[in-house]
Design a protein around this ligand. Structure first.
Ligand code: MN
Length: 228
């Protein structure tokens, strides 16, 4: 048996301090996980159960990428997020056991075609074209838990052309990382290689061709990309 065409490369992230790479399996994302961001999106943070969407694994793109402004949108938005990398297989994981499944962390951008997302929300349609387009998931390098510990607080910021647009603290998440892992693993069996985007603080906004983005989460390598 052979493949009818060469198989595609597996998307990977570099692991800080090693020559190794982390093979990406799936990308899950949590919607609206900081209350200030929920207000700006017109919802109320009443601690409804978290909701999830996903991006294809090959939506990953790397540190220092030049990203072509995507087609079919006039309102590309930035969402800076803490990204959790899963290192162990599991389902129905207890919150108290969730940290045992964390391999490490990185800084990611959940790039969004906001105009298409608004349209989808209005019509009750899926978010694939607004959230899961090509290169919609830029990520920095991965830091192992051994190096940075379990992250429960720390500044999260995004600068566009040197100016701060988003600022928060990861301790302000409505659903904590262990809660997210526990709930998500009730819907899907998690595998080593899965990434979870944990939601964005307030201040989301439009980006344009020529913009330089710098995303920071305390203790992690800064994510830098350019829209061209
Ligand atoms: Mn997001």
């Amino acid at each position: 048996m052979s493949y009818v065409f060469p198989i595609h490369d597996i998307p990977v992230l570099s692991v800080k301090g090693t020559k190794d790479v982390f093979p990406v399996h799936r990308i899950y994302c949590v919607g609206q996980n900081y209350s200030e961001h929920m207000y700006e999106m017109g919802s109320n943070p009443e601690r409804d159960a978290p909701f999830f969407f996903s991006k294809p694994a090959d939506a990953i793109c790397h540190q220092n990428s030049k990203i072509l402004y995507p087609p079919m949108t006039n309102n590309l938005h930035h969402e800076i997020e803490l990204v959790v990398a899963i290192g162990k297989r599991g389902e129905k994981i207890a919150k108290s056991d969730a940290y045992n499944y964390v391999f490490g962390y990185t800084v990611g951008l959940d790039l969004t075609r906001r105009d298409l997302q608004k349209e989808a929300k209005k019509k009750g349609r899926p978010w694939d074209v607004s959230k899961g387009f090509d290169k919609s998931a830029p990520c920095s390098v991965l830091h192992k838990v051994d190096e940075v510990g379990y992250l429960e607080k720390g500044l999260i910021t995004l600068k566009v052309n040197g100016e701060i647009r988003q600022q928060g603290d990861i301790s302000e998440m409505i659903w904590s990382v262990p809660e997210i892992i526990s709930i998500l693993s009730g819907f899907f069996e998690l595998f080593p290689g899965d990434l979870i985007f944990t939601g964005t603080p307030s201040g989301v906004g439009q980006i344009n061709r020529g913009d330089k983005l710098e995303g920071v989460v305390e203790k992690l390598t800064k994510l830098e990309i350019k829209i061209v």
